[in-house]
Design a protein around this ligand. Sequence first.
Ligand code: KG4
Ligand code: ZN
Length: 342
Amino acid sequence: MRILGIETSCDETGIAIFDDEKGLLAHELYSQVKLHADYGGVVPELASRDHVKKTIPLIKATLASAGLTPEDLDGIAYTAGPGLVGALLVGATIGRSLAYAWDIPAVAVHHMEGHLLAPMLEDTPPAFPFVALLVSGGHTMMVDVKGIGEYQILGESVDDAAGEAFDKTAKLMGLDYPGGPRLAKLAENGTQGRFKFPRPMTDRPGLDFSFSGLKTFTANTVRANDDDEQTRADIAYAFQEAVVDTLAIKCKRALKQTGYKRLVIAGGVSANKYLREQLEVLMTNLKGEVFYPRTEFCTDNGAMIAYAGMQRLKNQETMDLAVKAYPRWPIDQLKPIGSETE
Ligand code: KG4
Ligand code: ZN
């Protein structure tokens, strides 16, 4: 069974073909980073227009790189949400229409389920159950994962997502969009211990997060200090350390609460090296294991959508001919694999 995956929920056009026997056959990605850089963030209308231009050529390129034709495909998976509605509609319309034209099923995939299952594309995938820390630009969630579609949200951000906090903090420090990876790079030259930032919401029980206060704390620290390169690196270090430490504290709590020994991290921020290192340390101490996707599949991509869609199509989840786009779509509303279909 071969599935074409289409991801257009934000500022990346991602296309991939996943084969249930041979694994990932091909994947292509077009990032709109340059398009949005002048505006310091994603401009939804520009994002949609660019997906309109890029999606079909990328599908052709992906088929060519896999040495396949449309007749070799058994289904199409497209991201139906959550995300920017105009951007989602591009992938949904193209995906649903091509499936109709090629007489194969189409399936609407939840973007965060795609992220959550991305570590399954690696050689040593995690077994169920596990705790998943989903950290992207739009969401921060701790999830109890008992199986595909069996998601219980244990905690989430009450304000900014972790990636959003990275991006906004980077912006106020004068770094270009997308700021997250740039801030992480700057932090590599930082000195530990010069600045100490708060670990929000760790002084009370629970698994929710709040990151917006850290932004203000960073702004005040920037204002109160010299603007030399070392100071900037030290501030970036303290910010990253505070976010990562906070995430690690909550992971430890979630593992204790569930009794699980496996932790999955996924979403754009899971590409962060310092976060990976700290969670490796945590899991070694807890005699457990941490799983994450390869770096290129931490951020948005078509491979995770093809994979998630494959699981749902294998489950005979038949979809009607409607074009589905849900800008808001809670992950705990998904159906477990094996339950009644639509
Ligand atoms: O999952 P993703 O590609 O898109 C969403 O679904 O939102 O995540 C993008 C987010 C951005 O906020 C970006 O700054 C952040 O992930 N990010 C990072 C790193 N790489 C990407 N944040 C911190 N360190 C990184 N190395
Ligand atoms: Zn994403």
